[in-house]
Design a protein around this ligand. Structure first.
Ligand SMILES: Cc1cc2nc3c(=O)[nH]c(=O)nc-3n(C[C@H](O)[C@H](O)[C@H](O)COP(=O)(O)O)c2cc1C
Length: 270
């Protein structure tokens, strides 16, 4: 099992490669999921890349990252347990990324594979649409990384979360992160931003996803991701069975919330 103390992680993307840790007391952070890394470096999309709505954040960063080769040469050294996040633009890319990552896998307590990014042309969403092919892919990844704690990050698009969870369990993976952002459209000064929605609007969707998966697969580790902005939100995710609470967009608003939720989780979860 993945023992994170407290069971609180900073989610992939908003937490970057550790920048926010400077603003947070490390005792209250159980782990950090680094920004998703792909085979080739990506510059990401043109600006604007992010905007605020009344109850959400929308982003179209486009997986900006240095690429897996640069990443393994310069693995960040951070004061909290690290979880890598890996992605790809095709079946073969995922495998190549996994193979390259293997060289440094012992520096990470787990590795999350992003099968759900809505902001790149191919990537996770197109892979997961084809169930059989996705299952073959994750079987192959397990062979490459037999000893890693493997977590699949799933959104609500392209597949039902409970169906994805069944495949994750059947293939010997260890955990699932629910959910990723949902495709949305936001007007900013009259221009459209097509991106992924996160924040409070996502919470009821994420709660339902965690609930559905946890009641079918109680032993599967579930990381909650979607709209945790307060201790009340964290409590609700614990109520539906989340094992680990993830904080993402709330970091932009108030990194202090991590300490508050972390303290609370230490009290109730030890
Ligand atoms: C600016 C931004 C960048 C993100 N980048 C990634 C990413 O690289 N990989 C990933 O798996 N999820 C990424 N996400 C999704 C978050 O990890 C998280 O799943 C989502 O924001 C929902 O949680 P929240 O409502 O607490 O933000 C990103 C989200 C935001 C807002």
């Amino acid at each position: 099992m993945l023992e994170l103390k407290p069971p609180l992680v900073l989610l992939s993307g908003p937490a970057g490669f550790g920048e926010y840790l400077k603003l947070i007391d490390h005792r209250y952070v159980g782990g950090i999921i680094l920004k998703t890394v792909t085979l080739n470096p990506k510059e990401g999309n043109s600006t604007p890349r992010m905007a605020d709505g009344d109850f959400y954040v929308i982003n179209r960063i486009g997986l900006e990252n240095p690429g897996i080769h640069e990443f393994v040469e310069n693995v960040p050294e951070l004061p909290v347990p690290m979880i890598a996040s890996l992605g790809g633009d095709s079946f073969e890319e995922y495998l190549e990324v996994a193979r390259t990552f293997k060289k440094v896998s012992d520096k990470f307590c787990a590795v999350e594979f992003n099968f759900s990014c809505p902001n790149v042309k191919e990537g996770g969403l197109s892979i997961i649409k084809d169930r059989k092919r996705w299952k073959t892919l994750i079987v192959e990844i397990r062979k490459i990384l037999p000893d890693s704690f493997l977590i699949a990050k799933i959104g609500i698009e392209g597949i039902f979360v409970e169906e994805a969870a069944e495949i994750v369990v059947d293939t010997g993976w260890n955990g699932i992160t629910l959910v990723n952002t949902v495709r949305g459209l936001h007007f900013e000064k009259g221009s459209m931003i097509l991106g992924g929605l996160s924040g409070p609007l996502l919470k009821p969707i994420a709660l339902r996803a965690v609930y559905e998966v946890k009641r079918r697969f109680p032993k599967l580790l579930v990381i909650a991701s979607g709209g945790v902005y307060s201790m009340k939100d964290a409590k609700e995710f614990l109520n539906v069975g989340a094992d680990v609470i993830g904080v993402g967009s709330a970091l932009f608003k108030d990194p202090g919330i991590v300490e508050e939720i972390g303290k609370y989780l230490m009290e109730v979860k030890g």
